[in-house]
Design a protein around this ligand. Structure first.
Ligand code: NDP
Ligand code: GUA
Length: 482
């Protein structure tokens, strides 16, 4: 905290209707790299969450009544302040979440990119005219902001998962309340401080921090003044929250878990595949919903790929994200590290082979070694579950048809990747993979201009891109007699 230059960015209570709301009840925020408590944050109550909804509802008429250009101007102020404070925001993010500082800096830039994108995109919310079947009528379609939006966001991207939702909502004319994950509230509160400095009016952007996700979640999914709920997190919790929203028939978007296959065909550029797999697998120590989870390698290149891959993974530097050399930081908690260990151990008990790592790291209680398992089958725990840790599971395969079937044999459908050169194969596999996003000879697919989202139990709705505004708009049809 000492090295954060603008101390005003370090807030310790909820931001509701333009006010900072303190409370006697507090919860701790811990640095996962060291186990040290870095902040004591005021615990918001259910009543505070309700006040945030009421404020957002009261402000909706004035905010949605502004022009898209006016909203874009304020969003641009916010964006500029975020970029101006990128180093401080990155340090705060690493302190509470653990990812290497360079990745945290990247996240702040990525998160800010959504604000820039949607500030511009909302100027292009076009309606339609429809040819009428009779001469005395005119038919039109308007697109209007849905209303008050509530969001619950995860700890793995404490900044970008908020801006990706809030920027679209605010640009469209909605007002917004977010409850960030208990483990990473500080990045969310810093965003609120900068929103205030940017001149975004009270009640438009509200942050409720609490350790009581269940009860705050009930307000954010069931309050009658909320029109839309958006969630990023586990499939298990997403299902519960969608069911809560169903009671009030709220508009919902869900960005849930994944089980990404990464397929290396025998005609692939193996050097590129090794590089791509490392980037996708070990980003954020494996803790993203689009991280590679299963690496399928065609049998005649499996030895070559595994050798090159193991040599490169063995070089990854594990440590505190604040150290400039660190490439793999801690997992979010010791429980998360324990969960990864159990997935590895149970897969080894079923016949997987440890080619690298395979245990906790001595860097600290939340660290797990970069690990490679070979001789994995698609039915093992490490292939069936979202690992959310620095573990690669290598599964050999023989034919294209076989690997498409195995890759799709999961309840998830978020991201998939494959490396190949044959153009016919590239089309067949791209079309055959049942996933919302497919990287073809590319593993860095996240991009503000592209639609992010899944199929099957990975959720619905799209974030980023021109499609990302649709979730925050409703269509109104006008039939006009003249
Ligand atoms: N799609 C993705 O990006 C993510 C996927 N995951 C997956 O989920 C696993 C578990 O991670 P975890 O952090 O527990 O993910 P969760 O889905 O539990 O948490 C995500 C968010 O939901 C909140 N939440 C949890 N339970 C409820 C509830 N009953 N009502 C309302 N809000 C709730 C959390 O709050 P709080 O943290 O305050 O409890 C957090 O803000 C990971 O190992 C990973 O596999 C996790 C995070 C992100
Ligand atoms: O893990 C997530 O939920 C989002 C991944 C971040 C991204 O690449 O957009």
């Amino acid at each position: 905290m000492d090295k954060i230059t603008d101390k005003g960015l370090v807030k310790n209570c909820s931001y509701i209707d333009g006010q900072w709301h303190t409370s006697d009840k507090r919860f701790s925020v811990t640095n996962p790299a060291t186990g040290e408590t870095i902040a004591q944050v005021a615990n918001a109550s259910v009543n505070d969450a309700e006040q945030a909804v009421i404020a957002a509802h009261k402000t909706f008429a004035s905010w949605s009544g502004q022009t898209a250009n006016h909203r874009a101007k304020l969003l641009r102020n916010w964006l500029n302040l975020i970029i101006e404070h990128q180093d401080d925001l990155a340090r705060l993010l690493t302190l509470e979440q653990g990812k290497p500082l360079a990745e945290a800096r990247g996240e702040i830039g990525y998160g800010a990119g959504f604000i820039e994108w949607f500030a511009e995109e909302a100027k292009r919310v076009y309606g339609e005219t429809i040819p009428a079947a009779s001469q005395d009528k005119r038919l039109l379609v308007l697109k209007q902001p849905v209303g008050v939006v509530s969001a619950i966001t995860p700890w793995n991207f404490p900044n970008a998962m908020i801006t990706r939702k809030a920027a679209a909502a605010l640009a469209a004319g909605c007002t917004f309340i977010v409850k960030p994950a208990e483990m990473t509230p500080l990045s969310a509160l810093a965003l609120a401080e900068l929103a205030e400095r940017a001149g975004i009016p009270a009640g438009v952007f509200n942050v409720v921090v609490s350790d009581d996700a269940v009860n705050i979640g009930k307000v954010l999914t069931q309050h009658p003044q909320i029109a839309k709920f958006t969630f990023t997190g586990s499939t298990q919790v997403g299902k519960k929250l969608a069911a809560q929203c169903a009671l009030g028939v709220k508009k919902v978007s869900l960005e849930l878990g994944g089980n990404a296959p990464f397929i290396v065909f025998d005609d692939a550029d193996i050097d590129a595949a090794v590089k791509g797999a490392i980037a996708s697998k070990y980003r954020n120590a494996g803790q993203t919903c689009i991280c590679t989870n299963r690496i399928f390698v065609q049998r005649n290149v499996v030895e070559k790929f595994t050798k090159q891959y193991s040599m490169a993974v063995a070089e990854l530097a594990v440590g505190n994200g604040l150290d400039v050399d660190t490439q793999i930081g801690p997992l979010i908690s010791s429980q998360a590290a324990e969960k990864v260990k159990q997935l590895v151990d149970s897969s080894v008990a079923q016949g997987a082979n440890i080619a690298l790592g395979g245990d906790f790291s001595n860097a600290g209680a939340c660290f797990y070694q970069p690990t490679i398992l070979t001789e994995v089958s698609n039915t093992m725990p490490v292939a069936q579950n979202e690992i959310f840790g620095p573990v690669s599971a290598i599964i050999p395969f023989d034919s294209e048809a076989e690997v498409i079937e195995a890759a799709n044999d999961t309840e998830y459908g978020l991201a998939a990747y494959f490396y190949a050169r044959d153009i016919g194969r590239i089309w067949r596999v791209s079309e055959g993979l049942a996933f919302g996003m497919v990287g073809v000879n590319d593993s860095a697919i996240s991009n503000v201009a592209a639609p992010f989202g899944g199929v099957k139990q990975s959720g619905y709705g799209r974030e980023g891109s021109r499609h990302g505004l649709d979730d925050y708009l409703v269509i109104k049809y006008l039939s006009m007699g003249i």
